[in-house]
Design a protein around this ligand. Sequence first.
Ligand code: PRP
Length: 208
Amino acid sequence: MVEKVTIAIAKGRLGEKGVELFTNSELEIVREKKSRKLIFTDKNKEVKYIFVKPADVVTYVEKGVADLGIVGKDIILEENKDVYEILDLDFGKCNFVIAGFKNGSYKKKNQTLRIATKYTNYTQRVFENRNQKIEIIKLNGSVELAPLLDLSDVIVDIVETGKTLKDNGLEVLEKLDYVSARLIANKASYRFKYNIIKKIERILGVSE
Ligand code: PRP
C-alpha cells in the first residue's frame, strides 16, 4: 500500500523555495499557475501539500494534521512546539540578532531595555538569564522602524543580507542563533510513515 503524507508549507518566499525542491521529482506538486487554492497534490496523490501561514506550520505538524512541515527555524524557535526537526534544508539562511544604533548602549544596567520584535517568546528566552530588565514591544513587521521612532532601544529580528538594517542606519549589536529552512515532522508520523518520509528526505537532498 502506498503511504500517504501531508506536508504543511509556509506561504511566501520560503515555501516557494521548498516547493521548488520537489520539481522534477516523482512527488512534484501539480498546480495551476496563479491558483489561490490551498491544497495541492502530486500526480499520484501520494503527497498532499497544504499552504499555511508560517507560524501555523508548526501547529499543523504538532497536532498531526500535517505529517511534515517546511518552515524557518526562526518560527520553530518562536513557537517552541513538540515536533521533530529532521533536516536543515540549507536555504533561507539568516541570523537572529539584536540590532540598534551603533553607539546606543544596549546593556542598560539599572534601566529597562525596550525591545521591539515579532519574536516575543524567543526574545524572552534570550534575555531570561541576563541580568537585564526588559520590556518587549510586539510588532508584526517593519520592526526596524521602532528604534528610529524611539519606540524601542533595540530590536530582535532576523537578518539576511543586512540591507534593511543598513538602509535604516542600524547595526548588528549581537549575533544570536543561526536560522534556515527546516523540514519538521510530527512525532507519531515519523515512526509510522517512515518509508515515505525517508523518500521525501532523499528528494530534499539528504545524503543517506
Ligand atoms: C525580514 C526581517 C527584516 C528583513 C531582513 O522582514 O524581519 O526586516 O527581512 O532582510 P535583509 O537583512 O536581507 O534586509 P520581511 O521581509 O519578512 O518583512 P517584515 O518586515 O514585514 O517582517
